[in-house]
Design a protein around this ligand. Sequence first.
Ligand code: NAP
Length: 316
Amino acid sequence: MSEDIFDLIIIGGGPAGLTAGMYASRARLNCVLFEKMMPGGQVLFTDVIENFPGFSKPIKGPDLIKEIVEQAKRSGLKIVNEGTLKISHTSQNGHNFIIECDSKKRYKTLSLIIAAGAVWKKLGVQGEENLIGKGVSYCATCDGPFFKGRDVIVVGGGDRALEESLFLSKFTNSVKLVHRRDQFRAVKELQERVFENEKITPIYDSVITEVGGRNSVEFVKVTNTKTKKVEIVSCGAIFIFIGIDPNSATVKGLVNIDEKGFVIVDKEMKTSQEGIYACGDIIKKDLYQIVTAVGEGATAAFNAQRYIEGLKNKVF
Ligand code: NAP
């Protein structure tokens, strides 16, 4: 076999991809991981992680990633700074996929693990797009410190909205937590801490209908979904945490995805295309956590290994 055909290419360097890479490298597969930015994915932008087993004290997101990257590299994983443009299936030279990258390089592989993660969802309201980076933010760890002593808005009712409200409350003057229903979906422990925090005020049954300001965010319009009353609330920033959109554009048409773009996998992390596995935030599942992502990464690598071994036994 030509040396430029990899056994396995992993796309995406978050916890799922890095764990898959660690398992594949330990299995001595000829494997490489492509990450277009820095390895870490969304965890890099998370202040602290409190529910990853093995750490009795909260660990900073970037610190956890540093450990996972070092562990994966120690197992022999090669991480290459590449963004993926196109993936094609070809039956030349056995079961192959060809990956075309941003760098214009082309790579051939017998199998793939798609761990490209997800991006944060936008509200899609007037003023949001224009004021991104000027008070509209999707990352409290990155942008929160710019709003020391200011009044800020957080949108959402999941784990991220509540976690980031707690983080922002450490240095902002006040946090108004706007949620579209009258109950949060976040884990109860986070809810208890939010309710105890005097700087955080929940605003239920409400949605943001406009973000306003000349050069930066100055106010938001908050509409009560029951009474339809609109209130203009002054603020210096709005932090939006309303879920995720999967980064599945490059695999659309190649593997089955659901109506929201999440990749459909079975319990072995197999997609509808033989030889392609997927794991982490890009897949359709019930629980989007670091702890589930790493388990899926290990499962994907294990099954990719079995697939590659089967293929080689058949081909050679
Ligand atoms: P999420 O759990 O999907 O929650 C999204 C929240 O935003 C929900 O409360 C939802 O309201 C609300 N929402 C959705 N669309 C909206 C819209 N258009 N306008 C207003 N509100 C809207 O998402 P997340 O909290 O952003 O977290 C993303 C994922 O990361 C989650 O699956 C979460 O579990 C995971 N996460 C993991 C960790 C960890 O592993 N340690 C930490 C944080 C987050 P409804 O409740 O009414 O649907």
